[in-house]
Design a protein around this ligand. Structure first.
Ligand code: TGC
Ligand code: FAD
Length: 397
């Protein structure tokens, strides 16, 4: 028999190509050497350093699935291994990267004109231009189809649209240079995608205030997008895609990245809980790891991490072969986010009172994983997406 490896119980690594292993090693090294040392202070200060995106850009980690335009063009699984490495440190750092890579660069690559791709993608791949993705509104989160943001012909500028409305809970919005905003075209009532460039917005038309005092995802920056007649040239609208298909196609890639990303947070929690349980002694000098209840917690978590990783790798392979369905992505996004949150909450118990100190990092993962279960489709919404596919009956309304 081979030797059991508690860090990769079902030998998922065996399924990766040489290129995927190399990408994962580069990402893991960067994340452990450069991100891990700064996360505690960043989380305490609720601070996101935009330089992180430049650092990731230098290593080719941004928009990694895109071929050309200065991007690496690696597989979906390799992209997932990057999100897993980043989220092993913090879900907020993964969030900032996912928005840049999957939601904005992915959207431009899939739906943008050639001119838009040339204009934005190379600079975004280097982390020199920062992106934000505005779908959620104050009154419409799970149901973005009811959005109120509107684009109408600009009253004075020929060849421009005028965008008005508000988006909220938008990752990166306070620091973004390019904001991919989804709004209804007044003349058709159909949702369209617009690339707002902050540098071109006249004063008073665009505000992106930060949402402060979050109790999760504090190492990322989140804000609103308030639009009051923002002039956007027609050349900055996605030319063809109409309706929710546009934003949801971007979400398919980001949701996939989260499914492997949260396995990184769970694996970090397992490693920390294992070390703690081996070092901490209670009752006659025994390490906590000596007790059956502690071992069961570790066994449950390691099993779920291993199963979740294999499922996500399978979906990534199908994605690259053109055989994926959105429901498969809903399944791994929902399952892996729920299981990561559930297990990390249980592992937190192993730390006893010390779990309350941020220096043990476990409470941060718990708070972050609540957010991952909520954004990009809250888990119950993914249950309804799956329920609709299983029964043929739509249960949202
Ligand atoms: P529904 O009738 O189901 O679909 C409307 C149109 O969209 C198409 N579609 C998809 N296309 C591609 N991929 C998908 N996954 C798709 N899902 C739907 C669909 O085919 C249809 O097209 P057409 O041509 O017939 O018009 O729409 P609905 O209004 O009934 O939607 C219901 C529901 C629940 C599925 C949907 O609204 C939903 O998923 N809600 C969750 C909202 C959400 O995920 N928001 C995410 C905001 S972005 C974010 O959270 C970023 S966090 C980033 C970070 O920091 O990491
Ligand atoms: P609601 O839609 O009000 O839902 C509240 C609860 O009701 C949920 O549990 C939901 O499952 C449940 N519910 C709703 N409808 C139904 C139904 N029909 N049946 C059963 N249950 C239902 N959005 C972006 O566009 N871009 C971003 O970059 C972004 N980043 C985010 C970053 C953070 C830190 C957070 C917290 C959110 C972010 N979001 C972003 C928003 C996120 O996608 C939404 O919060 C999420 O989609 C849920 O919407 P909501 O908060 O309005 O909740």
């Amino acid at each position: 028999y081979a030797t059991f490896n508690w860090e990769d119980p079902l030998n998922a690594k065996n399924l990766f190509t040489e290129e995927e292993v190399a990408v994962a090693e580069t990402a893991e090294r960067y994340c452990q050497e450069r991100l891990q040392p700064r996360v505690l202070q960043a989380y305490r200060d609720e601070h996101y350093d935009p330089k992180i995106l430049e650092e990731m850009g230098e290593l080719g980690l941004l928009g990694s699935g895109i071929k050309g335009y200065g991007c690496a063009g690696v597989s979906s699984v390799a992209g997932g291994l990057i999100t897993r490495a980043v989220e092993r440190v913090d879900s907020g750092y993964r969030s900032g990267m996912s928005v840049q890579s999957s939601l904005v660069m992915g959207g431009i690559h899939e739906f943008g004109t050639e001119e838009q791709k040339e204009r934005f993608l190379p600079e975004m791949a280097r982390g020199k231009l920062i992106g934000a993705f505005g779908l959620t509104e104050p009154n419409h989160g799970s149901d973005p189809g009811s959005m109120e943001s509107v684009a109408k012909p600009h009253p004075t500028k020929k060849g421009y649209y005028s965008l008005s409305g508000a988006k909220t809970w938008i990752t990166n919005s306070p620091i973004a240079d390019v904001l991919l905003v989804w709004a209804k075209l007044q003349e058709t009532g159909k949702i369209r995608g617009f690339l707002i460039e902050r540098k071109d917005c006249p004063p008073g038309t665009l505000e992106t205030p930060a949402i402060k005092d979050k109790n999760g995802l504090r190492a990322s920056i989140t804000g609103m997008i308030q639009m009051d007649g923002v002039p956007v040239p027609e050349a900055n609208m996605f030319p063809d895609v109409e309706g929710l298909k546009g934003p949801f196609s971007c979400l398919n890639s980001a949701r996939y990245g989260i499914s492997l990303g949260v396995m990184g947070a769970l694996e970090d929690a397992i490693a920390r809980a294992r070390t703690y349980s081996l070092e901490r002694k209670q009752f006659k000098g025994n390490p906590l790891a000596r007790y059956q209840l502690i071992q069961k917690k570790l066994a449950d978590a390691a099993t779920d991490a291993a199963y979740g990783t294999l499922a996500a790798v399978q979906v990534g392979r199908l994605k690259d072969e053109g055989k994926v369905t959105p429901e498969m992505i809903s399944m791994v996004k929902r399952q892996n986010c729920d299981s990561a949150l559930r297990n990390v909450r249980v592992l937190q118990e192993i730390f006893g009172g010390n779990a309350v100190s941020d220096e043990y990092h476990i409470g941060r993962h718990v708070a972050n994983l609540f957010v991952t279960q909520t954004y990009e489709g809250q888990s119950d919404i993914h249950s309804l997406i799956l329920g609709r596919a299983i029964t043929g009956i739509q249960a949202f309304v």
